[in-house]
Design a protein around this ligand. Sequence first.
Ligand code: SAM
Ligand code: SF4
Length: 320
Amino acid sequence: MKDQAGRTIDYMRISLTDRCNLRCRYCMPHDIKKIEMSQLLNYEEIVVIAKCAVELGIVNFKLTGGEPLVRKNVPVLVEMLKAIPGVKTVTITTNGTLLSSYAQELKKAGLDGINVSLDTLDADAFAKLTGHTFPLSSVLEGIKAVQQAEIPVKLNTVNRRDLDWKTILSYAKDQHLVVRFIEMMPIGYGKDYMGTSNEILFSQMQELYGTGIPVTERKGNGPAKYYRFENYPDEIGFISAIHHKFCDTCNRIRLSSEGYLKLCLCYEQGMDLRKLLRDGSSMKEIKAQMQQAIARKPLEHCFSEKEKMTETQVMAQIGG
Ligand code: SAM
Ligand code: SF4
């Protein structure tokens, strides 16, 4: 469907939980208030919302969190979503720590792709950055397991001041993985980690790998811009929400684990779909309400005028 700005909305991020088994400093360094399980949408409820979304033309779904794989039976949900007629892709974004035990089941369920968030390859730095809960090796084993299961996998790396991008790219080259570098956004604790732009990163990469040429064909469902460098074998993606605002082509909406439809990262504005579901509204009514809400999706984010931001949750609650 199209929103008020004529943008085609075809992608929904579904958060399965606020909980996480890591404590990334820029995302959720401390415990947050736990949500009761009864307040979370159950899988049947998520499927009802997804069916309404598909009827509106939203056909690509990304499972997120918190850490989505801390929720039980995620492969079952993947299978349920994949069985909805019209669904094109179901993918997951994960910190990778639990992937080695789920890779085969996720493959069987029909998962179309996995993004693994990985910010460093130094085991001590990883422990410091993610709160000393799971070791770096669990993520690396997880990546191996999904490669063995032949699920397409990409790496997501947040651009921080102390980022060692050379080591990330050298690992990615050895493992034949595509990496996307994401600019830190001023959401929650991310506000304290802002500063480095993807433009600076890009010019540093040009010094090492030669000229970066933009890849013109569209890849994936997201805002990443891909470049091919003379002396690096794979494409490298850049998601630059701050320095290259891409709001005019934004195609996404978000569903929180409590069933709140969120329209833009910056604003709290949205709609309580759980209430509609649990009050017994029909799918037709829910779909109509979703359509009205999505049509009013804000035109652009306001990260450069933070006083206008109405979103107060941390990124783990929003789902990235
Ligand atoms: N736990 C999963 C993971 O880490 O991939 C899914 C949820 S996490 C919130 C989704 C993505 O958001 C991760 O790649 C994470 O690095 C990124 N993220 C968290 N806080 C951010 C911020 N302030 N700015 C940009 N990206 C952020
Ligand atoms: Fe957890 Fe992902 Fe946030 Fe790290 S980035 S704390 S893994 S939700």
